[in-house]
Design a protein around this ligand. Structure first.
Ligand SMILES: Cc1cc2nc3c(=O)[nH]c(=O)nc-3n(C[C@H](O)[C@H](O)[C@H](O)COP(=O)(O)OP(=O)(O)OC[C@H]3O[C@@H](n4cnc5c(N)ncnc54)[C@H](O)[C@@H]3O)c2cc1C
Length: 371
């Protein structure tokens, strides 16, 4: 009987599994992908897309094309739960999908659960398609607004900083009218980066007229008003949630062993600690043998070992252990055709860093178009 390998989510690791499957399908295996969307975003190029440097097609991967090449079927739905005992994934459209081996690579959700009203006010960066559609509306509104729009980006990490700069530059370049504020609970920008990088971005935001509101968590969002823990308020026309990575609720609710934040705990073979027939990678997974920040780099790097171990599992062969790199290079766009490279304590800046980043990103995307 054919074995069933079910991939949940078209994240950065699963696209590599599909690509490699297309090169050498595993005999006697049915491969299925469940994804609510046909096109999955490559996050590294998203700020560039917001800033107008890349088209939608240039920063999205066509999952249907990858599935076709791999002989896989894509089911257009989101998984909402697992029946781990019966080995079935339950989807948003009411369907259930049996598996022998399951791999989960669904990314994260914005960590806004402690902000009252954030589910009703503002727009979260995920789902990305929804965020990008909203961004197009905001750009149009900024062009026709009788006064400057008050736009607030919440999130003082890399994504928040890159996105606020890209948005500000795009709207200003198009002659739109908007004031931007970047808010974050940490006392400074980019807490994961060295002081030199933080200083560069503080100056850059200042030069662009982007106000900073740091050191106070947002506690509540209501119509047109953000409230902070110290009792302060901030009026807005739109708020964009780029807070850090939070876990979707369903893995823990289904009974998978998760860490205290709700991310699936995996071992060095990328398998769930509680359920050996379940693999997980990317933001949704927590590598207990080697904790790392939530970052696309690690999701990408887990792709090849995930692929190898899925094959081993299907063939009943021993799994291999994976050791992630200790630190990742971050290339952070400044929104003006330049970027800052940040690696451990080191950093560099310039238009050449942006060109370097563009080359890396375009080369990455080309791999998923050559099938
Ligand atoms: C604006 C921005 C810029 C960033 N820039 C960088 C960067 O330059 N470098 C870097 O390393 N990291 C970057 N990151 C972080 C990076 O986006 C994440 O770490 C990375 O996307 C995680 O990859 P993933 O494979 O886990 O999931 P994702 O890339 O998020 O993919 C998850 C996929 O699963 C699908 N999915 C979600 N829920 C379900 C479900 N229930 N059922 C089925 N499918 C589902 C989604 O539709 C999506 O296609 C950035 C993040 C943002 C927001």
């Amino acid at each position: 009987m054919s074995r069933r390998l079910l991939l949940v989510g078209g994240g950065h690791s699963h696209i590599e599994v599909l690509r490699r499957w297309a090169l050498a399908p595993e005999p006697g295996t049915t491969l299925t992908l469940i994804s609510p969307e046909r096109h999955t975003a490559y996050s590294g190029m998203l700020p560039g897309h917001i800033g107008g440097d890349y088209s939608h097609a240039e920063c999205h991967i066509d999952l249907d094309a990858l599935c076709d090449a791999a002989g896989a079927t894509r089911i257009e739905a989101a998984v909402t739960g697992l029946d781990l005992a019966a080995r079935r994934a339950l989807a948003s459209d009411g369907s259930a999908h049996g598996y022998d081996w399951l791999a989960i690579n669904v990314g994260s959700v914005p960590a806004t659960t402690n902000i009252a009203g954030s589910d009703r006010h503002g727009v979260a960066v995920r789902p990305v398609a929804n965020f990008l559609a909203h961004w197009e509306e905001l750009r149009a509104a900024a062009l026709s607004a009788p006064r400057a729009l008050e736009l607030v980006v919440v999130g003082n990490g890399t994504a928040g900083v890159e996105v606020v700069l890209a948005m500000q530059q795009r709207i200003a370049g198009e002659g739109g009218r908007a004031h931007f504020t970047l808010a974050g609970d940490g006392p400074e920008l980019l807490p994961a980066h060295p002081a030199a990088v933080r200083r560069r971005f503080e100056q850059r935001l200042k030069d662009c007229g982007i106000r900073l509101r740091l050191g106070q968590p947002v506690t509540r969002a209501s119509a047109g008003l953000l409230q902070f823990a110290d009792g302060g308020g901030l009026a807005f026309d739109e708020v964009l949630w780029l807070t850090g990575a939070g876990a979707p609720a369903w893995p823990r609710a289904s009974g998978l062993d998760c860490d205290e934040r709700g991310f699936i705990r995996i071992d060095a073979t990328l398998r769930s600690l509680s359920h050996p027939d379940v693999f997980a990678t990317g933001d949704v997974a927590s590598m207990i043998h080697a904790p790392r920040p939530k970052s696309g780099v690690y999701a990408v790097r887990q792709g090849p070992p995930l692929h190898d171990n899925l094959r081993c599992a299907l063939r009943n062969e021993p799994l291999r252990e994976y050791q992630p790199q200790r630190r990742a290079l971050a290339l952070i766009g400044t929104g003006d055709g330049a970027a800052v490279a940040s690696y451990g304590p080191l950093s560099w800046e310039g238009a050449w860093v942006w060109r370097w980043k563009t080359r890396i990103d375009r080369r990455f995307m080309a791999r998923y178009r050559e099938n």
